[in-house]
Design a protein around this ligand. Structure first.
Ligand code: MRU
Length: 344
């Protein structure tokens, strides 16, 4: 199953708002449509958002009909529009920055040069991501005991990436190596990425998955049913703090209380060395109706006040290790994350 693909100068996105009941692709022909698809979470998951935005830049360039002199200013507007879609996952900004750098290299060429250059960069961002995830899976295998039960939150799988997944990349690698017994998937309210996407994705591959409500995780751990927790990340700061789907922080504390290793799986593109700690990460707040409703169905008084942060920050002290495409980083995180990027 492809999260997205490029064909005939259009981006086709698997509409994740319709999963698991309908597998449909939407055809996007403008950058505004891509921005809208990211905001409404037709595409979601940090690396997938980045790749979609990269293709959005290509569509922006492709549809330009003005004069040559205004092109750069126009493309900057495309960049800013895509950048303003979701604030927390750093992969979006990372991918757009790559696209902008590529544009700087090709901007003095022909229109064809610009288009070909941008498309090549978008392809590279997309294709590299699958490779990074496979490496995360390979490194992650080291921390998975035999006959393991892994608990995960949200969806950090194929659907959240260009393919294979980060946290579910570790799950896949463990499954392929014959080390996996079962997976517990948190349903992940309010938008149910665990129930709708992780359960769907793992069932498709014949991986043993058991769905639980978010508030069951503590009890499941207390029964001794979980060997390790593996989750994805939307942003990792220089000190090892991690922003991920709301509920991740509570899971980390529960895991610590029960002596269960808690791992975060993320590619280098999710690490933001510009931020010193998790306090600096912008946390997206979404429409209150996502909490008042499940799907289209109201489950609370329509006038009730709601707080709906889409992410939380797990302090580094709760994290056993961060499984990256360059190896597993362990405490002390500040030093070891720096080393990952070649710094002393
Ligand atoms: O709001 P979402 O569905 O985009 O949130 C997704 C997550 O929190 C994932 O865990 C994260 O992006 C990592 S995906 C490899």
């Amino acid at each position: 199953m492809d999260t997205m693909y490029w064909r005939d100068n259009s981006l086709y996105l698997l509409d994740q708002t319709r999963l698991p009941f309908e597998v449909t692709y939407v055809k996007l022909e403008t950058y505004e449509q891509v921005a809208e698809a990211i905001k409404t979470m037709k595409v979601r998951g940090a690396p997938a958002i980045g790749a979609a935005a990269a293709y959005g830049m290509v569509l922006g360039a492709l549809k330009y009909s003005g004069g040559a002199r205004e092109f750069e200013q126009y493309l900057r507007k495309v960049y800013e529009t895509l950048k303003s879609t979701r604030p927390t996952a750093v992969n979006l900004f990372w991918a757009l920055e790559r696209m902008w750098m590529r544009f700087q290299k090709v901007k003095n060429g022909t229109t064809e040069d610009v288009f070909t250059g941008l498309l090549a960069e978008a392809y590279a961002i997309f294709n590299e991501d699958v490779e990074l995830n496979k490496r995360i899976g390979k490194y992650g295998l080291d921390v998975v005991p035999d006959n393991a039960t892994i608990l995960t939150h949200c969806n950090a799988g194929t659907l959240a990436t260009a393919g294979y997944g980060t946290a579910l990349g570790v799950v896949r690698a463990a499954y392929d190596a014959g080390k996996l017994k079962r997976v517990f998937a948190d349903e992940t309210r309010p938008l149910l990425q665990g129930a709708r996407l992780t359960a769907f994705e793992l069932l498709e591959e014949g991986i043993d998955v058991t769905l639980i409500c978010d508030n069951m995780a503590g009890y499941v751990m207390s029964l001794g049913l979980v060997d390790l927790v593996v989750v994805g990340a939307d942003r990792v700061t220089a000190n090892g703090d991690v922003a991920n789907k709301i509920g991740t922080y509570s899971l980390a504390i529960l895991a610590k209380e029960h002596g269960i290793p808690f791992y975060v799986a993320a590619p280098y593109s999710t690490i933001d060395l510009n931020l010193t700690s998790g306090h600096d990460i912008p946390i997206e707040e979404r429409n209150p109706d996502e909490v008042r409703k499940i799907g289209d169905r109201l489950i609370a008084p329509p006038q009730v006040k709601v707080f709906n942060p889409a992410f939380d920050v797990t302090p580094a002290k709760y994290i056993t290790g961060i499984i990256t495409d360059r190896g597993i980083v362990r405490p002390p995180y500040r030093e070891n994350i720096k080393k990952l990027f070649g710094g002393e």
